[in-house]
Design a protein around this ligand. Structure first.
Ligand code: IVH
Length: 671
């Protein structure tokens, strides 16, 4: 075949296969037999092999997978992937509506949708082609799973029509249709392999597969439910779904009532009640309903809280309940010494997973439930992963059931427990001698968000503590090559890896070191606030209640905990040892020079591209100086920072009369 002819044939086959694919997987109305489809695909594969120059990264042959990902790259989301506020009753929805109506003068319309119980995905399209797909991750950054996503047949690799924006993001949920999930488990059963627990976790695990061919085989599916574009072509969320449908996306089926529009609470209620019953007839899991304000303009006006949009809310269906028997109550000790009672149950299947344990929270909860060993109990899986015990079936209680007596001593180190009046938990006060506390604190210290020490994991920490090599985090820095090499299974490479990881931790910035210490109530954000305010651990150590509560968002509970921590000589010694080992306990010169409160209380929106700074640099400058970055322009925006080729956000700022500045003006503002 001539080269030219080959290219023509490749184009023709690709476009036909794309169309067949869309008809089958998006519209569910096949226009070709499976056999003919496979034949055409084989022909295309053959031609692409023969003429690799013409092979396209988004060819329909990519659907079968085969690309291997060595390491999923981390990608920072252009717009953070937030979660939704939850509600559990119609009253909560009514409150949501009242809150919204207070800030919006005009008539409101809502879009109700299903809440798919899968794995959130963000996909970027450039010039009508799938460019990148990223998992939610921690909401700020996720993993690049493009090769895997390309194998999901209902996700278009090239778009239809031509009126899509040159660059946009679409979000949705990848899920495991139950039929395909059951098929997979049947095959595993036949092969004598352990079965997968539930479709959601298996979908999530599948997306992390390094071999895209595995993903291709599994038969995952995806509904796309949110379009983000700088150039907006429509004014409402609902219309964006219609547009996305035209471009070839599988958007929630309007004709099957997966989406509806309504202006009343009654309409929302009707939709919820319909799906609360009907959900069991779907081939995939949903865990609730999402209610969104339809108008983009109103969405912008409402904006976001730190965690979720104010213009949307999730209604969670009441969880499924089952009954089982309480076999025993055991007690877990956390890194702060807090005791959590755990119910050990006769294993029972609940919402697709086998439940063996449930949290009993604290002594008051046990008292309130009056739960006794041998009782028949009702278990429910709520929003959390750990199931909850809802109540005891008193009618089934045996007459000799003994009232539960809460433990008085730590089950690990036998120290008498303490409980302060206002605290919910009992604590084991033996913080330096109680093994699970020692291990828990070191595990927290090395964890990813804290010191992120490569090479060390829970098992190694356990071993090192049990072998008596470490009893606190400072001991990590005294570990020697020979000590580690002498341990069973520790070869040179492993030992080097651990020691290198420990060495690198000395460069971790102050805020993360403070978080890593594990002071009760000092999470990542609080640690950042404290370091920014006090600048050095010396000032923090000497701070009083008044000093602490004068810091933005620091209340008495946190202040008390910080004071209590530094009142303990052992902690001061620990900090001094860590400092002696070279860990960072103050802000660096650059951090100090770059920081001020000059932008306190101001919100910024950045748009366009800049000559002298990257967008991330500008964001950091704003944050370091006390300002806040937000994604969309509203009346409340203080400044829109505009670069080259700024689009709709600039227009919006002009329309609303928001201050517009360039990068030089920002630099002037922060001095
Ligand atoms: S919209 C900014 N719509 O629920 C709003 N989310 O708890 C973004 N989800 O992370 C979310 N079905 O993974 C939206 N119809 C739907 C959804 C949905 C499921 C998931 C999504 C999100 C989580 C929020």
């Amino acid at each position: 075949m001539e080269k030219e002819q080959a290219q023509e044939k490749i184009n023709q086959l690709s476009s036909e296969l794309r169309e067949h694919n869309h008809n089958y997987y998006v519209l569910s109305s096949p226009t070709i037999s499976d056999y003919d489809f496979d034949m055409q695909l084989k022909e295309l594969q053959g031609l692409e092999k023969q003429y690799p120059d013409f092979a396209d990264v988004n060819s329909p042959t990519k659907r079968v997978g085969g690309d291997i990902t060595k390491n999923f790259e981390t990608v920072v989301h252009k717009r953070p992937m937030l979660s939704l506020g939850n509600s559990y009753s119609i009253d909560d929805i009514a409150d949501f509506e009242i809150r919204i109506a207070k800030s919006i003068d005009h008539e409101l319309e809502y879009v109700c949708e299903l809440k798919y119980d899968g794995v959130a995905i963000s996909i970027i399209y450039e010039n009508g082609e799938l460019a990148k797909a990223v998992t939610r991750g921690d909401g700020t950054k996720g993993e690049d799973v493009t090769a895997n996503v390309k194998t999901i047949r209902s996700i278009p690799l090239k778009l239809k029509g031509g009126d899509y924006p040159s660059e946009f993001e679409i979000r949705g949920e990848i899920f495991f249709p139950r039929k395909n999930f059951d098929k997979l488990n049947k095959l595993r059963e036949e092969a004598g392999e352990p079965l997968y627990m539930n479709p959601r976790n298996t979908a999530s695990g599948t997306m992390k597969s390094k071999d895209s061919a595995v993903v291709a085989e599994r038969g995952l599916d995806c509904f796309l439910y949110f379009v983000y574009a700088d150039e907006k072509q429509v004014n409402t969320h609902y219309d964006s779904l219609l547009k996305a449908k035209d471009w070839g996306f599988k958007v929630p089926y309007i004709e099957k009532n997966f989406v509806c529009r309504t202006t009343t609470i009654g309409g929302i209620k009707e939709f919820i009640e319909y799906w609360d019953k009907e959900r069991f007839n779907l081939d995939f899991d949903i865990d609730g309903i999402v209610i969104k304000v339809n108008s983009y303009h109103q969405q912008e006006e409402l904006g976001f809280t730190a965690k979720s949009p104010r213009w949307a809310i999730a209604y969670k269906f009441k969880a499924e309940q089952v009954s089982t028997t309480l076999e025993a109550i055991t007690y877990q000790i956390g890194r702060t010494g807090a005791i959590t009672p755990v119910a050990n149950l006769t294993p029972v299947l609940l919402a697709g997973t086998t439940i063996k344990r449930a949290s009993l929270h604290n002594a008051d909860q046990i008292e309130k439930l009056d739960i006794r060993v041998g009782d028949t109990v009702f278990v429910e899986k709520g929003g959390e992963i750990i199931p909850k015990i809802i109540s005891v079936d008193l009618q089934k209680r045996s007459t000799d059931a003994v009232k539960t007596k809460y433990i008085e001593c730590c089950p690990e180190c036998q120290t008498p427990l303490v409980r302060k009046e206002e605290q919910a938990h009992h604590y084991c006060p033996n913080d330096t001698g109680c093994p699970p506390q020692i291990k828990g604190r070191i595990e927290h210290y090395i964890s990813r968000k804290a010191m992120n020490i490569d090479g060390l994991g829970e098992e190694t920490v356990e071993l090192l503590v049990n072998e008596g090599l470490i009893a606190n985090m400072a001991d990590l820095y005294d570990l020697s090559y020979n000590q580690l090499f002498a341990l069973e299974g520790f070869k040179e490479k492993k030992v080097r890896n651990i020691l290198d990881g420990i060495e690198i931790s000395k460069t971790v910035p102050f805020a993360r070191v403070l978080f890593a210490l594990g002071i009760r109530y000092v999470g990542e954000t609080v640690a950042k606030k404290l370091t920014k305010h006090f600048k050095s651990i010396d000032f923090l150590m000497r701070s009083t209640m008044i000093d602490l509560i004068s810091v933005d968002e620091i209340g008495e509970r946190i202040a008390d905990s910080v004071i209590e921590y530094f009142a303990d000589e052992a902690n001061i010694e620990l900090v001094n040892r860590l400092r002696g080992n070279g860990l960072k306990f103050e802000l660096t010169k650059e951090q100090l020079e770059g920081a001020s409160e000059r932008l306190q209380g101001l919100t910024f929106v950045i748009t366009g591209s800049f000559e002298n700074h990257s967008r991330n640099d500008l964001k950091k400058i704003i944050e370091d100086n006390g300002g806040k970055n937000t994604g969309s322009v509203s009346k409340k925006t203080s400044y829109v920072l505009v670069g080259e080729a700024a689009g709709s956000k600039l227009a919006k700022a002009q329309e609303l009369g928001v201050n517009i500045i360039d990068e030089n003006e920002l630099i002037e503002m922060v001095g």
